[in-house]
Design a protein around this ligand. Structure first.
Ligand SMILES: Cc1cc2nc3c(=O)[nH]c(=O)nc-3n(C[C@H](O)[C@H](O)[C@H](O)COP(=O)(O)OP(=O)(O)OC[C@H]3O[C@@H](n4cnc5c(N)ncnc54)[C@H](O)[C@@H]3O)c2cc1C
Length: 318
């Protein structure tokens, strides 16, 4: 028995965790040099101290009781902490309050949660997969099951067009987002902790990275609307002045940031949800990720976990 999981984001790692715990040999391959995928955290020195900034997902919520158990483990280990249950909404010059579910953050950055779940697994980083074919095969190498745990458009880039999974992965477009991180000389925006921005031409969300991290560093991360991400796709850094000006206008910041960086997410989220949690074809090709459900971190964990269990059932029936 051998399973190859392509993608070391939360879905792929959760899937591999189930398989490894059941004694099924599994390799996880990711083209990136760190696990985490869109739960991305980049280290940047603020006032001389290295700290992570969340440049992909902003936070996570917990509804599923099983996921709550995993999160409780992360909390006990000091990896995750409840952040806030009330975000702001910036709406045409007004600042409203949006009470909601608890938003969780990770002191070491969201990527640290995926890295913790991946501990003890065989994860090959810097390994780009180019073709998943019938058999199934990964770049010509046979496996019993191959799982693609990534956004559909990325799966489509590697799936052989003859495979049945292609039609499933091609059923809807995905939206892009640019994330811009900005460090200021001091905190100059009062209490945030994060704000949804309604009907704005540039921004959809601003998060206070110092508040979510708990170290009060003067760092904001803004997410653009998809139109802006498309417009600046070829040169994301060129969007920085527009994003900084929008943050200034929305939060009343007059100071200029001392450092900025832009991050491009071509496939941030799908335009429509799906109701099934994963796909596992008779041909041994599995699909998982946050695209299988309502696109968020919890969905990625659930999708990978449920697919992992189904693969164990199938392989142990053989
Ligand atoms: C800007 C932004 C903001 C977000 N905000 C939130 C939020 O606030 N709350 C929330 O719950 N969720 C949020 N999300 C969504 C959240 O990040 C995802 O739901 C979750 O991280 C998806 O995990 P995944 O494992 O399904 O996919 P990914 O994390 O995308 O993992 C896919 C992995 O596959 C790898 N890969 C792709 N192609 C190949 C290949 N050919 N060979 C090898 N490896 C490959 C990639 O490198 C990547 O590591 C946000 C996402 C973005 C981009």
């Amino acid at each position: 028995m051998s399973v190859v999981v392509v993608g070391a984001g939360l879905a792929g790692v959760a899937c591999a965790r189930v398989l490894a715990d059941a004694g099924v040999p599994v390799r996880v391959l990711d083209r990136a040099h760190t696990p985490g995928g869109r739960m991305a955290s980049r280290v940047h020195a603020v006032q001389g101290v290295d700290r992570p900034i969340d440049t992909g997902a902003a936070y996570f919520t917990v509804r599923d009781p099983e996921f709550a158990g995993v999160v409780a483990g992360w909390r006990t280990a000091g990896l995750a902490r409840p952040w806030t249950s009330e975000l702001a909404v910036l709406d045409h010059g007004e600042r409203l309050r949006a009470p909601g579910p608890m938003r969780w953050a990770a002191p070491g950055g969201l990527r640290s949660l995926v890295a913790a779940l991946a501990e003890g697994l065989v994860v090959e980083l810097g390994h780009e997969v180019r073709r998943v074919g019938a058999g199934p095969t990964v770049d010509g190498e046979k496996a019993d099951v191959v799982v693609l745990a990534m956004p559909d458009p990325q799966a489509l880039q590697v799936l052989d067009p003859c495979l049945g999974a292609v039609a499933l992965a091609a059923d809807r477009p995905w939206r892009p987002v640019l994330a811009v991180a900005a460090e200021y000389g001091e905190r100059c925006w009062g209490e945030l902790p994060a704000a949804f921005v309604n009907d704005h031409p540039v921004l959809s969300l601003i998060a206070d990275d110092g508040a979510r991290r708990g170290d009060a560093a003067p760092v904001l991360v803004a997410h653009t609307v998809s139109d802006v991400a498309r417009r600046f796709d070829a040169d994301p850094c060129a969007a920085i002045p527009l994003v900084v000006a929008a943050m200034g206008e929305l939060l009343g910041i007059t100071a200029e940031p001392v450092w900025t960086q832009a991050y491009r997410w071509r496939f941030a989220s799908p335009e429509r949800d799906r109701s099934v949690p994963f796909h596992l074809g008779e041909d041994g090709i599995g699909l998982a990720g946050d695209g299988w459900g309502s696109a968020r971190i919890e969905t990625a964990w659930r999708s990978g976990t449920l697919l992992g269990r189904e693969v164990v059932r199938r392989l142990t029936r053989l």
